[in-house]
Design a protein around this ligand. Sequence first.
Ligand SMILES: [Zn+2]
Length: 157
Amino acid sequence: MDYTRFKYGRVFVCGRCRQAIFNEEGVVSESSGLLNIRKLLPGSAQIRGEGVLCKNCGGLLGSVKRENGDKTYIIDGGGIISVLPEIFEKYFKDAIFACGCFWGVEYQFRKVVGIVYTRVGYCGGTKHNPSYEKVKSGTTGHKEAVHVLYDLPGDKL
Ligand SMILES: [Zn+2]
């Protein structure tokens, strides 16, 4: 397996129950212990009035901010835990799906409740760290693949 392209940023989980709430891709900015978030993970939180609540335990995580028609979320860093990629295995499970074209498969996975993070890359093959063009040529033996981090009660993926 060639994992070289599966690079990740942080995942942020609820400080009370460890439910994954958003990942690095959703972060617009951080300052003074507050995170401005563009996108929350599917099914991770609920909006009640102007409050952002953990869907699992109901803990208050922050507030909704509307500016120029765009909706973002202001999350209090005191209510969440930042999980670094080095310790993902303590929090999440993972799986690799070899597929025809990784973009379409990744797009669908990102809408699934319980998916914490996705990355596209290659698996199998003989050449280390091949370029996209080499893989597309069919000469390296690699398959396009989607690496999925997930967190589901009972491993129901
Ligand atoms: Zn929670």
